[in-house]
Design a protein around this ligand. Structure first.
Ligand code: SF4
Length: 240
């Protein structure tokens, strides 16, 4: 009997991305330049798939995060598309509440994330049929039910989460096996990286996203990109 080789997670990832590019275009991949997102970036660019890659530069990112865009350009000869927040909205928010109002109250933190992340995301997804993310189930307690695909009624797109079943170890195994560049902050103890003033390194044993908005004890560690207006992680209905 002929042995059929078992499909690796990398094989499944490539098959999913290829299917999205062929059957659900125009497709776009939102990268925060995280370790997970570098896996998906490598898979898309190494296979030459017709999937746009974009990132949101909130204006408060670490220098190491911004530098990774240059490393992607050098490694893959590809310019990640950069979306930025509306300048007037940022100026008005800072004038009213100060530059670091996110420390003062969860509402002000969510408003900063809305201006600097969610609004640019809406522009980035406009006109797209498919949105690919690097969400993983075991990256946070709030993400344990992330599906492999869903219809996101918030943004009216098909949303694909091809790393939903990957572990943190799977991610690092892939990055090392393919010599993929990654954010050097991971070498300094960070496990989840967002804006500089809102991220600290993780303490051993913590939830991987505990270093995000660490001063907030009660709210989910989410910035609103994947959250419905009622506060739930978006999950409308499974789609093909
Ligand atoms: S992570 Fe912090 S600085 Fe970045 S958009 Fe959210 S509140 Fe603002």
């Amino acid at each position: 009997m002929v042995q059929v080789p078992e499909q690796t997670k990398s094989d499944v990832l490539l098959r999913t991305l290829t299917s999205v590019a062929r059957n659900h275009g125009p497709a776009t991949f939102s990268s925060s330049l995280s370790a997970e997102d570098m896996v998906v970036t490598d898979a898309i660019l190494s296979a030459g798939l017709d999937i746009e890659i974009f990132t949101i530069d909130t204006g408060r990112l670490h220098a190491d995060t911004i530098q990774l865009r240059d490393e992607i350009r050098r490694r893959y000869n590809y310019d990640v598309r950069v979306y930025t927040p509306d300048e007037d909205a940022v100026s008005n928010h800072v004038a009213r509440h100060g530059p670091n109002a996110f420390y003062a109250a969860p509402e002000l933190r969510r408003e900063c994330c809305r201006i600097r992340k969610v609004e640019p995301l809406k522009r980035a997804l406009s006109g797209k049929n498919a949105w690919i993310t690097g969400l993983r189930r075991d990256s946070a307690a709030s993400r344990v039910s992330v599906p492999l695909h869903e219809y996101d009624s918030n943004y009216a797109v098909l949303k694909f989460n091809p790393l939903a079943e990957w572990s943190e170890q799977d991610v690092w195994d892939y990055l090392h096996a393919h010599a993929v560049p990654y954010n050097r902050l991971y070498d300094q103890g960070y496990r989840s990286i967002g804006c500089a003033p809102c991220t600290r390194p993780s303490i051993p044993g913590e939830d991987p996203r505990a270093g995000r908005w660490w001063w907030e004890q009660t709210s989910a560690k989410e910035c609103g990109l994947h959250v419905a207006p009622d506060g739930r992680l978006v999950r409308a209905r499974e789609s093909a």
